[in-house]
Design a binder for this molecule. Structure first.
Ligand SMILES: [Zn+2]
Length: 202
């Protein structure tokens, strides 16, 4: 949640960190979207190790030449992010995603999975997205992270929403006894501790 560290990654899955690129998600006054430009999306993608520095440089010069295309990709990324946010939020509350969101998500799956291909990697074969210089090339791996999580066996119960209000961040709880409650102990966890302390004092 920290404003000072804009690239806090606490989601434990790329798709969760992608969803968490809005600070104070559930607050109308404090809500702040990190993706204020295509360059920010690219910058975050490098930090998330979805893009290499070289890829990012190429994309940014491509975006300079096609600013309207870059703007479209940014819009598309934000739309996909919000669909994923609503879906995983409902999952964290043990309810099903709504149909329109799942349908919208599946449109992205159909679109991006077209570029999947089997390639030889030494003595084995792997399924990978074709590397392209398209401006939206950071989206397939993020989408795949969400698909992997959605289709995982017995792992969806680990999708949680931070109890800090109005944080709204989602994370994948990797703790052994599934006891994690906060996006970060240093932020929301600490605020809750301070609140408890003052309530006790009263
Ligand atoms: Zn939080």
């Amino acid at each position: 949640m920290s404003e000072t560290n804009p690239y806090m990654m606490v989601g434990e899955r790329v798709c969760m960190d992608f969803i968490n690129t809005v600070s104070w998600r559930e607050s109308t006054e404090k809500r702040r979207d990190w993706f204020t430009s295509y360059a920010k999306l690219v910058d975050w993608s490098v930090h998330a190790e979805v893009l290499t520095v070289q890829q990012a440089q190429d994309l940014l010069s491509e975006a300079d030449e096609n600013p309207s295309k870059a703007k479209d990709v940014l819009k598309q990324a934000i739309e996909l992010r919000e669909v994923m946010y609503r879906m995983f939020k409902r999952i964290s509350k043990k309810t099903s995603p709504n149909e329109q969101d799942l349908a919208r998500f599946n449109e992205s799956v159909s679109h991006f999975y077209q570029s999947l291909q089997v390639i030889q990697d030494e003595d084995q074969f792997i399924l990978k997205f074709k590397e392209t210089d398209a401006l939206d090339t950071m989206l397939p791996p993020i989408l795949q992270s969400a698909v992997d999580l959605l289709t995982s066996k017995n792992e969806l119960g680990r999708v949680k929403q931070c109890e800090g209000d109005p944080c709204g961040w989602l994370f994948f709880d990797t703790s052994r006894n599934k006891s994690r409650r906060w996006c970060s102990m240093a932020d929301c966890g600490n605020r809750a501790k301070v609140r408890r302390f003052y309530q006790k004092g009263k």
